[in-house]
Structure formats: structure tokens, C-alpha cells
Design a protein around this ligand. Structure first.
Ligand SMILES: [Zn+2]
Length: 463
């Protein structure tokens, strides 16, 4: 082939756009089929879903492998790939989880496992979290493979079990047992979303690059027991209650981590006005002092982004009304900002409590400190593709206050990006893990186009 023919060929392959109108029915149909497979966790049985994916990859002649976890064969994982021509480039890993949180059917107006389509909206548990994105990733793989497109960089598609319980048989099992088959340059996961009205005055795609860390601690006081008719000072319940009062009243300091600073900067630039100024200047000590509290007060989620938080979730003590018990226990769900060391935070907590009779026992110590860079090709290309679909929306780095599978990859130093590429409303966001979860066909198709175009540009061949 001469150079000019090559050039024409590569330009036409760049311009060639799938027929999305035609792809719509097929995409919706697959989405409905997938939603009809009940993968509630617990019990977290994803075998039917894994086999469903496997059949499709088989039919499409896309190379794939399935993995069954020996400790619990209901846990399966599916790994498919489009092999890149340049073996020196590490793969792009697009991940999705097959399990969903359970439903309380009494509260649903819709049927959670029927995949019903009505007025352009598909209903079902997992529609957003995260079967919808699983379908976007699947369709992008199918479309690219049907075109005969040859990437430079390998694309790996990984569907996993057990994300909803972040258990050792989920993504972390794949990482532990099959790292050689993953070892990605970037991971594209859930964690953020596009929302029209979650941020003041601006539509924004929040791309998760960091997560709060779960640090679970038990506070225990032991002492002597006695009869309830003869009260005495300093029994375990009393000591623990005093300590817990100090803990729940402790207003942990506001801390603007770099990712939150960047997020508020970008939001502030788009929002403008006084509110914009405050957001842009949050890292300025005086503004933080004057207004930080009010920004943190706008919502419990915003508050959680700006400080380490402690929730007192369990209290355990006593067994009889007339007996003063010898032991009292409380459980604290502590969520730390990415850079905070658990041990250092525990020292601060002990200082606040100021009582040696209270012992603190760490039950879960997070070790992930990685914050993904938002100055990578992946982040830039993804942002660009989001703008192509929604020119007025902002794309910004974001810190999730919940956990996703990304934490296991980040713990290995991999840059992970969490975004379900749809533009929804705060009401839709509330339906995640809530009632009447749904996704519009329009969003499903927009997300599919974004995944398709982002993969195509990230994995080359270059222009
Ligand atoms: Zn999820």
C-alpha cells in the first residue's frame, strides 16, 4: 500500500462512525436481558450473568476467559480482550461488577428484575449501578471488534463478582491470583457520574480519582460489674458514654485535599459570583475560616469530602436490667481523607478522648494512599469525549466518599478513573442502592458512544 492510500485508509477509519441508530435496539435488548438476571448480593450468585457474557463473547468471536473462585463457585469473573499490536503498552482495563444490592420489593413501584422499558426509560436494579455501564463496555467491545479495528494498546474488559461487599472473592481475588493477566496502565471503573443538579449552578461529570478510606475501630472499656441497686462511679458504661460524647462532639478540622481543591476550583470557575469565589478560594485560610463551614454545611456529602468523619454505628453492653456490666463496646466507622495515616488519626482521637481506660482496637486498617493523576492521556481524552457529548458540562476530578473496586488497583499504584458516563439528576443518583432504579435509553446510548470513542482514542492507532 502506498503512503497516500494508507493515509486515506486511516482517515476513513477515524471518520467511520458506527450506525448508532441501528445499534440502539440491540443495546437496549442486551440491557434488558442483563437486568433480568437477578444477581443480588447477598447471596451474590453471578454464575448466570458470567455465562451470559461468555456466550456473547463466544458468538462475537471475542477472546475471553472465565474464572470461578474455588472457595465459593457462585463467584465468577469474566475477562475479555481486544489484543493490541504493541505489546510494550500496558492495557486499558474497563471494569464492571455483575452483582447488585438487594431490593425491598415492597417499596418499589416498578418490577426490579423485569427490565421493563417505558417511555424511553429502562427500569431495574443495577440500571445505573452498574449493569448499565457493563452494557456500554460490552457494546463498545462488540462494535470495535465487528469493525475489525486493530488497537495499538490492548483493551481488557473485566466483569467481577462481589463489588457490593468489597469482599476478598471479588476484584481483589483477580488481583491476587491473576495479576499477570491484568497489570493495566489505567482502570476505568464506576465511582463518579454526570449530574445536572447535584452541584450548584452547573452540570458536571465528576470523575473519581480518589476515595475516602474506611478505618474501622472498636472502643472498649473493661472494669468491674456490680448490682444496679448500688450505683458507683466510673463503671465501664459510664466511662464509655463520656468518651463517646467527646467523640461525637469532635468537629474534625476542615482539610482541603488537592483533588477536592481542584474540584472546587473548576466548579468555582463555572459557577462564578460570590459562591464561585468562595469555592475557588477554599484553600485560602481566611476564606476557609469565614466560609468553609458553610460550604461543608451545604450537604452531608460535601461535609464528608472536606474532613475525616466518624460515625458511631454500634453500641454493645449489658445483659440484665439490674446488673452493671463489666464491659462496654462501641464501633466507630471512621472515613479518612486519602493522605491521612490511620495511626496518626487514632493518636488525635485518643487525645480528644483523653482517657486511658478506653482502649481502641483497629478492626480494618486501610493502606491505600494513591490518588490518581488527572494529568494523564486517559483523563484528557475522556474529558474531551464528555465535552463532545455535553459541551456545557464540566468534567472534573472528584473524590468519592464511598468505596469501589478501584481501591484495590490504586493500592498497587495504578491510576484509576471512576465515571459512569451518563448525565442524570440528583433524583436518579438517589435511586442507586434505593428504589425504582432506572436509566434512560438516551443515557445508555450516550454512555456507549463515550466508552467507544474514548477506548478508540486511548488505545490508538494514533492520528
Ligand atoms: Zn457499583
Amino acid at each position: 500500500m502506498t503512503k497516500s492510500i494508507l493515509l486515506i485508509f486511516s482517515i476513513s477509519s477515524l471518520i467511520a462512525e458506527p450506525n448508532w441508530e441501528k445499534a440502539r435496539d440491540e443495546t437496549v435488548d442486551l440491557f434488558q436481558q442483563y437486568l433480568r438476571i437477578d444477581t443480588s448480593n447477598p447471596p451474590g450468585d453471578v454464575r448466570l450473568a458470567a455465562k451470559w457474557f461468555a456466550n456473547i463473547f463466544e458468538e462475537e468471536d471475542i477472546s475471553f476467559e472465565t474464572f470461578t473462585v474455588p472457595d465459593d463457585p457462585r463467584r465468577m469473573h469474566v475477562l475479555a480482550e481486544l489484543k493490541g499490536m504493541n505489546s510494550e503498552l500496558k492495557p486499558l482495563l474497563i471494569i464492571n461488577h455483575m452483582d447488585v444490592v438487594p431490593v425491598d420489593e415492597d417499596f418499589w413501584d416498578e418490577k426490579p428484575f423485569d427490565g421493563e422499558l417505558r417511555d424511553g426509560v429502562v427500569y431495574g436494579r443495577g440500571a445505573i449501578d452498574m449493569k448499565g455501564m457493563g452494557i456500554m463496555e460490552l457494546m463498545a467491545m462488540i462494535q470495535l471488534h465487528r469493525e475489525g479495528w486493530r488497537p495499538e494498546r490492548t483493551i481488557k474488559f473485566l466483569a467481577v463478582a462481589d463489588e457490593e461487599i468489597l469482599g476478598p472473592l471479588g476484584a481483589s481475588w483477580m488481583i491476587e491470583n491473576h495479576w499477570d493477566k491484568l497489570d493495566p496502565e489505567w482502570v476505568w471503573d464506576e465511582g463518579g457520574i454526570g449530574s445536572e443538579d447535584s452541584f450548584p449552578g452547573v452540570s458536571a461529570f465528576a470523575i473519581a480519582v480518589a476515595q475516602k478510606k474506611s478505618f474501622w475501630v472498636e472502643a472498649v472499656v473493661e472494669g468491674k460489674s456490680g448490682h444496679g441497686m448500688r450505683p458507683y462511679k466510673d463503671h465501664p458504661n459510664e466511662i464509655l458514654v463520656k468518651a463517646l460524647t467527646r467523640i461525637v462532639n469532635w468537629n474534625t478540622p476542615l482539610e482541603i485535599s488537592p483533588v477536592v481543591d481542584e474540584m472546587f476550583n473548576r466548579l468555582g470557575e463555572s459557577t462564578g459570583g460570590g459562591q464561585g469565589f468562595v469555592m475557588k478560594s477554599l484553600d485560602n485560610g481566611l476564606v476557609r475560616y469565614l466560609a468553609g463551614g458553610s460550604v461543608a454545611g451545604t450537604s452531608v456529602s460535601t461535609n464528608a469530602m472536606l474532613r475525616n468523619t466518624i460515625s458511631l454505628t454500634m453500641l454493645n453492653s449489658g445483659y440484665k436490667t439490674n446488673i452493671i456490666p463489666e464491659k462496654a463496646t462501641a464501633t466507630l466507622d471512621i472515613r479518612l481523607l486519602p493522605h491521612v495515616e490511620p495511626e496518626e488519626f487514632l493518636d488525635d482521637l485518643k487525645y480528644v478522648v483523653n482517657d486511658d481506660r478506653v482502649q481502641f482496637i483497629s478492626k480494618r486498617i486501610p493502606r491505600n494512599k494513591h490518588v490518581s493523576s488527572w494529568e494523564t492521556d486517559f483523563f484528557n481524552i475522556l474529558s474531551d469525549e464528555l465535552h463532545r457529548e455535553k459541551p456545557d458540562a464540566l468534567a472534573m476530578p472528584f473524590m468519592t466518599i464511598g468505596g469501589t473496586d478501584s481501591q484495590f488497583f490504586q493500592a498497587k499504584g495504578v491510576n484509576c478513573y471512576g465515571l459512569i458516563p451518563v448525565m442524570v439528576t440528583e433524583k436518579d443518583v438517589q435511586s442507586i442502592h434505593g428504589i425504582d432504579e432506572s436509566l434512560s435509553v438516551e443515557n445508555l446510548m450516550m454512555g456507549t458512544r463515550i466508552v467507544y470513542h474514548t477506548i478508540k482514542r486511548v488505545c490508538g492507532p494514533g492520528e
